[in-house]
Design a protein around this ligand. Structure first.
Ligand code: UD1
Ligand code: CA
Length: 455
């Protein structure tokens, strides 16, 4: 049987108090709906239908990469009505899986178990036992434990209210049976809605067994209705990722103070990460890398034995092995450092390559530059790469020594082994191996006196 996943995502999400549709809110920088999609996309022989409604055009636009059929539910008349909209996509032989677009952390393993319960004689229902099941549809069971029906919160009697087993909303059924039941749904209930949950009693009446299973943790089946629940699931997700990192051999000084919004393409051995580090995008990190507190690392490739000291930012950059970055350094897009490079505090590097063994240790801006090997760039040096309209390159050849507080007015080349005297403004290419400096001559004014305060 092929799988047909129907993701319900038409709800308004009023309690988010947001101008954007709920399913576009993000956990770890991925839309809620994207999480649900990504999980169901792991199922084999599966095609996906997304039911959208409120603000749906925006959802479609922002998630246009999803390989799914989009079906509009013009009016939100209930979960059963939502599934009815997808009827044209359901084949009799399909196993139909119903997911919610606002339940982002459901795991594939849980779905697999649910789907195993689907046959022509049985359907699968994912339930959850809660200390406080208020708001949930209740699972009503017979004395022999078999499921009889689901009663929605607003339709419960006093006894049913005491049932702690709730409906997660996640259901799997054969396509042929589902279509029969959908056609019989009515809305004569407390909310005048077409409840999908009514198919449970129909199944029982048709002699179909309702088999239930549960997720490993309650967090897997929690939906997002407000910002506080969104924040809760973000924490759950982050802790899970931290656990995974530790399983893979990464030392986290505090697993509750790391955020990963993205993925690792590669992770070396014996990586050590201090507190409050944020990873975004796709990162590759080599062996024995140490990352200090409060660093932001985004789309970076970091070689073996690199040390990144506290409060540094690395974005779309490459850091060669044994290099040392920070504290308080900023590597901007297209910074490419070879091995054994030192980038120190308050140094910003953009669209520049720095070859092996070079040092830029204090308070510098290096933009649009090509820096050779074993170059020493003194404190406060700036590449003046921008004339207000165009950008120009600075080239500093191997072994050059740039004195502190030098301005290099690009385009300009500092020759191999050249020395630039401190405080120079370099506007022309400098000769290899020579000392170049541009500096007003120092004078002393004899007999000069300090001004005194006016009386
Ligand atoms: C539903 C279940 C309830 C379950 C609870 C779990 C029904 C009748 N009730 O209740 O048994 O305990 O979920 O959270 O199924 N949606 C649409 N179109 C609609 C209505 C809803 O797409 O017309 C979508 C929503 O976007 C959401 C999901 O369906 O993703 C659930 O809707 P919601 O209104 O939250 O259902 P509940 O009343 O909470
Ligand atoms: Ca809900």
């Amino acid at each position: 049987m092929d799988i047909k996943t129907i993701i319900l995502a038409a709800g308004q999400g009023t309690r988010m108090r947001s101008s954007k549709p709920k399913v576009l809110h993000k956990v770890a920088d991925r839309a809620l709906l994207q999480h649900v999609y990504d999980t169901s996309a792991q199922l084999e022989k599966n095609s996906i239908v997304i039911i959208y409604g409120h603000g749906g055009e925006l959802v479609k636009q922002q998630l246009s990469d999803l390989k799914a059929d989009w079906v509009e539910q013009k009016q939100q008349l209930g979960t059963g009505h939502a599934v009815q909209q997808a009827e044209g996509f359901i084949n009799d032989e399909d196993k139909v899986l119903i997911l919610y677009g606002d339940v982002p952390l459901l795991k594939k393993a849980t779905i697999d178990k649910l789907l195993e319960n689907v046959s022509q004689q049985s359907i699968g229902l994912l339930t959850v036992v809660l200390d406080d099941p208020t708001g949930y549809g209740r699972i009503v069971r017979a004395t022999d434990g078999s499921v009889l029906k689901i009663v929605e919160q607003k339709d419960t009697n006093d006894q049913e209210k005491l049932i702690t087993e709730g409906n997660t909303g996640i259901i799997a059924t054969p396509g042929n049976l589902l279509k029969q039941w959908l056609s019989k749904l009515e809305n004569g209930n407390a909310q005048n809605e077409f409840y999908l949950t009514d198919i449970i009693e129909m199944a029982v009446n048709d002699g179909i067994k309702v088999k239930t299973n549960q997720a490993e943790s309650v967090d897997e089946v929690l939906g997002v209705n407000d910002r506080s629940q969104l924040a809760h699931l973000e924490r759950v997700y982050q802790l899970e990722q931290a656990q995974q990192l530790m399983v893979q051999g990464v030392t986290l000084r505090d697993p509750s103070r790391i955020d990963v919004r993205g993925k690792f393409d590669q992770l070396g051995q014996d990586i050590e990460i201090d507190i409050n580090v944020l990873f975004e995008g796709s990162n590759t990190i080599g062996n024995n890398v140490t990352i200090g507190a409060n660093c932001c690392i985004k789309n970076a490739i970091i070689g073996d034995d690199v040390v990144i000291l506290a409060n540094s930012i690395v974005e779309d950059a490459v850091v060669g092995e044994r290099s040392r970055i920070g504290p308080f350094a900023r590597l901007r897009p297209l910074a490419k450092l070879a091995s054994d490079v030192h980038i120190g505090n308050f140094v910003e590097i953009k669209k520049s390559t720095v070859a092996t063994g070079s040092k830029i240790n204090h308070l510098s801006y290096i933009g649009d530059a090509t820096i050779g090997s074993k170059v020493n760039v003194g404190a406060g040096t700036i590449t003046c790469n921008y004339d207000g309209v165009n950008k120009f390159r600075t080239v500093i050849e191997d072994g050059a020594f740039i004195g502190s507080d030098t301005q290099l007015i690009a385009p300009v080349t500092v020759g191999k082994g050249a020395t630039i005297g401190a405080g120079s403004t370099i506007t022309k290419d400098t000769e290899e191996g020579q000392l170049t400096l541009s500096r007003a001559k120092q004078i002393s004014i004899k007999g000069w006196q300090r001004p005194v305060k006016n009386k």
